[in-house]
Design a protein around this ligand. Structure first.
Ligand code: C5P
Length: 242
């Protein structure tokens, strides 16, 4: 199977996920959401009462975690299987909603900065990324997971615009929001902006595969573009690369 990879990297709130999934659908390609994989690991730690900031404890728990991430852009159900130490029995839960909740969004930052976690996911992500025609989305796709990608995109947007989009998404009853229990009020715009700033700062400054544009990435500033405009632009770039 020959592989054709479109790598999409960038900070949070650039419309990356929606753009990547829509692009994959339009191309009839697969879609890999690597952020979802880090989020499933974060949920696994929270469910097992492992402190996400404790690098050694997190590494020690990884052997008991199995994740199942789809590559069909139309079917994004994420499953977590926990293998119980001792008797080896296991249980599988659908964590599609849980991985978007606030607790997971907070825990995923230290979990994804943990070198043991990145190493644990590396082979898996590289294999899935090269399993055919794929649109792969994350922070280190063009630099680490698929440096051989035929097309590398680095999506950006003004910080204020990114916060506005994320806030709108959370208050609109959209995909992400369905994960919020009804009794919880969405965060205010300032809180959303502070959270994005925190995540981007840590993602960009960590030692192991930080958020960084590949030298040969095409930078696309989406601040004044709609999702559809970004998708059309990327389709043109993809067509030019064959
Ligand atoms: O993209 P998403 O916001 O779902 O990613 C969740 C978190 O996972 C990011 O904030 C980042 O810390 C981490 N991540 C990463 N490397 C990737 C994808 C996501 O470190 N390739």
């Amino acid at each position: 199977l020959s592989s054709f990879v479109i790598a999409i990297d960038g900070p949070s709130g650039t419309g990356k996920s929606t753009v990547a999934r829509t692009l994959a659908t339009r191309l009839g390609a697969g879609y890999l959401d690597t952020g979802a994989m880090y989020r499933i690991v974060a949920v696994a730690m929270l469910r097992a009462d492992v402190d996400p900031d404790d690098r050694v404890a997190v590494a020690d728990h990884l052997p008991f975690v199995q994740l199942d991430t789809p590559t069909d852009p139309q079917q994004q159900r994420h499953l977590l299987t926990t293998v119980l130490p001792g008797n080896g029995s296991s249980g599988t839960v659908d964590v599609t909603g849980e991985i978007r909740e606030r607790a997971a969004t907070t825990a995923v930052t230290p979990v994804s900065a943990n070198p043991a976690v990145r190493h644990w996911l590396l082979d898996r992500q590289q294999q899935l990324a090269h399993s055919g025609r794929m649109v792969v989305e994350g922070r280190d796709i063009g630099t680490v997971i698929a440096p051989d990608a035929q097309l590398k995109i680095y999506l950006t947007a003004d910080a204020a615009e990114r916060a506005r989009r994320r806030h709108a998404e959370q208050t609109s009853g959209d995909a992400t929001d369905s994960a919020l229990p009804g009794s919880i009020q969405p965060d205010g715009l300032a809180a959303v902006q502070a959270d994005l700033d925190r995540r981007d700062r840590v993602d960009s400054s960590r030692d192991t595969s930080p958020l960084r544009a590949a030298a040969d990435a095409v930078h696309v500033d989406t601040s004044t573009m709609t999702i559809q405009e970004v998708v059309e632009h990327l389709l043109e770039l993809a067509a030019a690369r064959g």
